[in-house]
Design a protein around this ligand. Structure first.
Ligand code: 2AL
Length: 272
């Protein structure tokens, strides 16, 4: 089984860390491929970053489809492009916010999210609401460490641990969900320190995808997640055309962006 873990930001040191954490929970016989898109923001901590991360994510999904990947993890806590990715992929696509928050509901009646910057709290709340688990989410807290400083700040681990401790006390919640893929390696330390379950969405998403694939389950190809209708995409997005609409064909794409775009997007998926 091949699971592709897409770190939607383009910071490869973070992709490596995410890949290590993902591989650590995958079963024997499962290959975890951690990748970053060739285009996109260095970190994702705004709605603007999220929007601009999505084309790169979709290009990675398209590449994975051409290469026979069985399932995907979108390893950013905003779950950017999740539904669009499901429209492209045969296998399951799971976001780390969805996987982390859903897993929390199995372990306690309530959970708190501890994320990076305060400005990303609204997105986390929106996702909890979209997934129908906002009632169980007692709070979304920020440690105010920018994503890239997770790697460089000497006291990041202790500040996040303290934020988790305070979140549990303030919210009187049962479980902590870490709100950034760049925190994946902190899970066990924080859990030991605060004495409560702490969920890393990367690990939760990997085991979810693995379980679904093992059950022989695929993304539904009917109705909302069916392959999008073929049409022209212009300008920088010309490489993202799906299907066989001849009027939509663009000239050859030699640019860097073209190279990152999904030349071999599937025109049709065979799935149930
Ligand atoms: C994230 C994440 O998981 N990766 C990234 O670049 N930004 N999310 C977040 N809330 O900071």
């Amino acid at each position: 089984m091949r699971i592709r873990v897409i770190n939607p930001n383009t910071t490869w040191s973070m992709t490596r860390l995410i890949g290590e954490c993902a591989s650590a929970v995958a079963s024997a016989g499962v290959t975890v491929e951690a990748v970053s898109p060739t285009m996109g923001p260095a970190s994702i901590e705004s709605h603007y970053d999220e929007a601009l991360a999505v084309p790169g994510i979709l290009a990675e999904i398209a590449r994975g489809e051409a290469e026979g990947v069985d399932g995907y993890v979108i390893a950013c806590f905003g779950d950017p492009g999740l539904e669009a990715a499901r429209e492209l992929a045969r296998g399951p696509v799971v976001g780390i916010a969805e996987a982390g928050m859903r897993a929390a509901t199995y372990l306690g009646r309530s959970f708190s999210v501890v994320t990076t910057l305060g400005r990303t709290r609204g997105r986390a709340w929106d996702l909890a609401s979209t997934y129908g688990i906002d009632k169980a989410c007692r709070g979304v807290h920020a440690c105010e460490i920018p994503v890239l400083e997770l790697e460089t700040s000497p006291d990041a681990r202790e500040r996040i641990t303290q934020a988790c401790r305070e979140a549990l006390a303030l919210d009187e919640s049962d479980v902590i969900v870490l709100g950034c893929a760049g925190m994946a390696d902190l899970c066990a330390h924080i859990s030991d320190a605060i004495g409560a379950p702490v969920i890393d969405g990367v690990a939760a998403a990997v085991v979810t995808v693995e379980g679904l694939v093992r059950l022989g389950l695929r993304t539904s190809g009917i109705n909302e997640y069916a392959t999008p209708p073929a049409k022209a995409y212009t300008g920088l997005l010309s490489g993202f055309q799906l299907g066989e609409d001849p009027a939509a064909r663009s000239p050859s794409l030699g640019s860097e962006i073209g190279a990152a775009a999904p030349h071999s997007l599937p025109s049709e998926r065979s799935r149930r």
